[in-house]
Design a protein around this ligand. Structure first.
Ligand SMILES: C=C1C[C@]23C[C@H]1CC[C@H]2[C@@]12CCC[C@@](C)(C(=O)O1)[C@H]2[C@@H]3C(=O)O
Ligand SMILES: O=C(O)CCC(=O)C(=O)O
Ligand SMILES: [Fe+2]
Length: 378
């Protein structure tokens, strides 16, 4: 599994002491540091959008696509054009791989806090235990703990599990192999739906197998919360990679913003994976696919576990809108960027990054579901 060295310098460091020494699930009340419902709290908390007159039906739900069916490619194209997200079943990742990962998540987050803190992410590191890297962009702390894996987790797993670290490393390695392969397959299906072939994406490698691309994994735990309406598991954001696959246990929490208007919960489906367009795919498709804003809420009586698999291009590959997708009606929307450059910008401008690098406004009639200003306007 390849590493992404420059990401280290990209995101602001977020000292681990920001994580309380106490387990979140031992709180009987929400401490002020984690209370998002207050005057002047972050403007897009929760139902900011609910006052809007929405013409979307309430029954609208994130598409569920069976990858083994012949019409899957067409459905993927439609789902990504309209939602930027879908759930996939019959994806070929063995259920045993997902189950082993779930065991790892339980074993990891059930460890005593002092033990987890020994494997904390270093101030200049990517791997290890800590908070979401986007935490510094929000005024309140998130009701979650995480563990990031880029490359080998060995060093940190040796600390967590001195006797069993091989077993847990193997789980990570197998999960990485399977999800990377699935990402490759999904990317070609997604691009194929736009008439894009392997020749159009040179950094995918000669066989189009993304050999030099890599995945970063974030293992997430959202402890039970005494007052979930006041807390937030992860605040609203888009992912900065190319494509994200998300595994969630049988507990809901993930919500995607539908057309800048309404939060829609991605209901857990056994064995399914959530597929999300991320920022670099939005750039590559010249905005035809948009990376959706999403967040995760927490529950009063159920702990939620998830793994986000961030699939990215080779660090220094130049990503620019595919020429075939630049037309008089869809002019060039984004400049050329590398992943490393993009992450540096994102670390500075966060949710304003994509709008800020945008070269032209979309033609009238087409609204960009990911326009942050639209989101602020509601
Ligand atoms: C490859 C990536 C993708 C990163 C940054 C970098 C390393 C860790 C990733 C995450 C993991 C947790 C959510 C996220 C939102 C975060 O805070 O750190 C992700 C972020 C992004 O998508 O921006
Ligand atoms: O846990 C989730 O459902 C979402 C996590 C997420 O958005 C992320 O890690 O980027
Ligand atoms: Fe995310």
């Amino acid at each position: 599994m390849a590493t992404i060295p420059k990401i280290t310098e990209a995101y602001r460091t977020d000292p681990i002491h920001a994580i309380t020494n106490k387990n979140l699930d031992s709180f009987e009340e929400i401490p002020d540091t984690h209370d998002w419902v207050q005057p002047n709290s972050f403007p897009s908390f929760r139902d900011d959008h609910s006052n809007n007159i929405s013409d979307l039906p309430d029954t609208d739900s994130v598409p569920l696509i069976d990858l083994s069916l012949p019409n899957a490619p067409k459905l993927i194209g439609n789902a990504l054009r309209t939602w930027g997200v879908f759930q996939v079943i019959n994806h070929g990742v063995p259920i045993s791989v997902l189950n082993s990962m779930e065991t790892l998540l339980h074993d990891l987050f059930d460890l005593p806090t002092p033990q987890k803190l020994k494997a904390a992410r270093a101030p200049d590191g990517v791997n290890g235990y800590g908070r979401f890297r986007i935490s510094p962009f929000f005024p309140k702390s998130m009701w979650s703990e995480g563990f990031t894996v880029s490359g080998s987790p060995l060093e940190h797993f040796q600390i967590l599990w001195p006797h069993d670290c091989t077993k847990y490393c193997d789980i990570i390695e197998e999960f990485d192999r399977e999800l990377k392969a699935l990402c490759g397959r999904l990317v070609w299906l997604a691009l194929g739906a736009l008439g894009i072939t392997k020749e159009d994406v040179h950094w995918a490698g000669p066989n189009g197998d993304f050999e030099t691309s890599s995945g970063v994994m974030n293992l997430n735990s959202y402890p039970v919360c005494p007052d979930p309406d006041r807390a937030m598991g992860i605040g609203v954001h888009t992912d900065s990679c190319f494509l994200t696959l998300l595994y969630q246990n049988n507990t809901s929490g993930l919500q995607v913003l539908r057309e800048g208007k309404r939060w829609v919960t991605v209901e857990p489906v056994t064995g399914a994976l959530v597929v999300q367009v991320a920022d670099l795919l939005q750039i590559l498709t010249n905005g035809l696919y948009s990376s959706p804003f999403h967040q995760a809420v927490v529950n009063r009586d159920r702990k939620r576990l998830s793994v986000a698999y961030f699939f990215g291009p080779p660090e220094n590959a130049e990503i620019s809108p595919i020429k075939k997708l630049v037309t008089p009606t869809q002019p060039l929307l984004y400049p050329t960027v590398t992943w490393a450059e993009y992450l540096r910008k994102k670390a500075e401008l966060f949710n304003d990054t994509l709008p800020s690098i945008r070269l032209s406004t979309p033609p009238t009639g087409l609204s960009d579901v990911n326009d942050h200003n639209q989101m602020k306007r509601g």
